[in-house]
Design a protein around this ligand. Structure first.
Ligand SMILES: [Zn+2]
Ligand SMILES: [Zn+2]
Length: 418
């Protein structure tokens, strides 16, 4: 029987991840994310034209480029169960609900927005929680979630089919451990087909994590010495908790002075979920959730927080307009002693990306602006080591921009046979 793999979104791009597998006579969809521009959804019309029904939907992790449209997908396939790890399920509803809110930010409470919340409620009733390494039988295949590092609950997926064949879908993967999540685990045996993410396939890590951390601490010290304030825009899920842990450790080890740090936006709630699963506190005397206020506007609350705290960790990570980090950035922009320190990936449409590149826009900001890089993805050498270890008969890259490796890359809508 012929086996097929088709990226419906998230092939030659980062965003709107959605992959159809027809393997061993079973039809599976892995992930259903969104993009950050005007065309947010994967090509669901194409998907429906190829697969009128599917046997199951699997979600690798709760970043919205992998799950932000799960409610729309589930509405298209109401019979299909949705499998994910315990941690991912816990994070999923919070992340998708917020993504819906942000997408409707210009027209709040529209009928369309409410329709999406209803679809999400319905989709959540289809969710089946599983532990890592549980064996899940769907149709004629067996599925297993492997820890993929990256963020809490993130998984790679192994699918065993036709008695002795198997494939491995990496999801977003990090072979290097981080502060709040361990390193990825890879199957011991080889596989027949490997589908690997390729976010940093064309770049090797220029700086070690230690070097990147030292530079980050030094940037913080410079600002605090001048009595300035720091804004660190972060992704709510993963990066926020890493930066919180890093700041706490930096203070403990005397690499930065003890300062008051407020965590604002969605990162607050996500950190609470992390604390529950990690069974340890991330918030502490110095690093606290930003207080909430009654009877004042959000902007006034931000002003108040900036008076109290020396450092704000706030979402969104890319300074999307209207989000808490964007409002803090505007407030800090007038103060030359202060700084905005980016901590990760910026898509081209984002305000953060433009701020770093457009001279006119940059001139309107008097505060310092720096970009620091902490990655939750494997770099080139690590990605290639996965290919080597699993020695697949065939492998393709997805979730990245095809560089010189374009021949090994699966583009959106491409039919890959294996
Ligand atoms: Zn991710
Ligand atoms: Zn991703």
């Amino acid at each position: 029987m012929e086996n097929l793999f088709i990226p419906i979104g998230g092939g030659n791009e980062i965003g709107a991840s959605c992959y159809l597998y027809i393997v061993g006579g079973t039809r599976l969809i892995i992930d259903s994310g969104i993009r950050f521009d005007r065309e947010p959804f994967p090509d669901f019309d194409l998907l429906k034209s190829i697969a009128s029904e599917v046997d199951a939907i699997l979600v690798t992790h709760a970043h919205i480029d992998h799950c932000g449209s799960i409610h729309v997908l589930s509405n298209l396939y109401p019979e299909a169960p949705i499998y994910a790890t315990n941690e991912t399920v816990q994070l999923l509803s919070l992340m998708v609900e917020d993504a819906i809110k942000v997408r409707h930010i210009k027209e709040r409470n529209s009928p369309q927005e409410w329709k999406e919340y209803k679809l999400l409620d319905k989709a959540l009733t289809k969710v089946e929680r599983r532990e890592f390494f549980d064996s899940i039988k769907v149709g004629d295949v067996e599925i297993q979630f492997f820890p993929s590092g990256h963020i809490m609950g993130a998984s790679s997926i192994k699918i065993s089919y036709d008695d002795s064949s198997s494939l491995f879908h990496t999801g977003d993967i990090s072979l290097s451990p981080q502060r709040t999540v361990g390193r990825a685990e890879i199957p011991d045996e080889s596989v027949d087909f490997l589908v690997s993410e390729s976010t940093y396939l064309s770049s090797s890590r220029k700086k070690s994590r230690e070097e990147a951390e030292e530079e980050f601490f030094s940037a913080l010290r410079n600002v605090f010495e001048k009595k300035g304030k720091v804004l660190i825009p972060v992704f709510a899920l993963g990066r926020a908790q890493e930066i919180i842990s890093l700041m706490t450790e930096g203070m403990k080890e005397g690499k930065i002075p003890p300062v008051t740090v407020y965590v604002d936006g969605l990162a607050r709630e996500v950190t609470n979920i992390y604390e529950n699963f990690l069974r340890r506190k991330l918030f502490n005397f110095y690093v606290q959730p930003a207080p909430t206020y009654e009877g004042i506007s959000f902007e006034e609350a931000c002003e108040e927080n900036l008076r109290e705290a020396d450092c704000i960790i706030a979402t969104s990570g890319m300074l999307m307009e209207g989000t808490p980090s964007y409002i803090y950035a505007k407030l800090l922009s007038k103060d030359p002693r202060s700084a905005i320190l980016f901590s990760g990936y910026l898509v081209e449409e984002s305000f953060g990306y433009r701020l770093l590149r457009e001279k006119e826009l940059l001139k309107s900001f008097k505060c310092k602006i720096e970009s620091h890089h902490f990655s939750a993805h494997s770099d080139r050498s690590e990605l290639l080591s996965i290919v080597e270890k699993l020695s697949p008969r065939k492998n393709v890259f997805i979730h990245g921009f095809p560089g010189e490796n374009f021949k090994d890359h699966a583009f959106n809508r491409e039919v890959v046979r294996f």
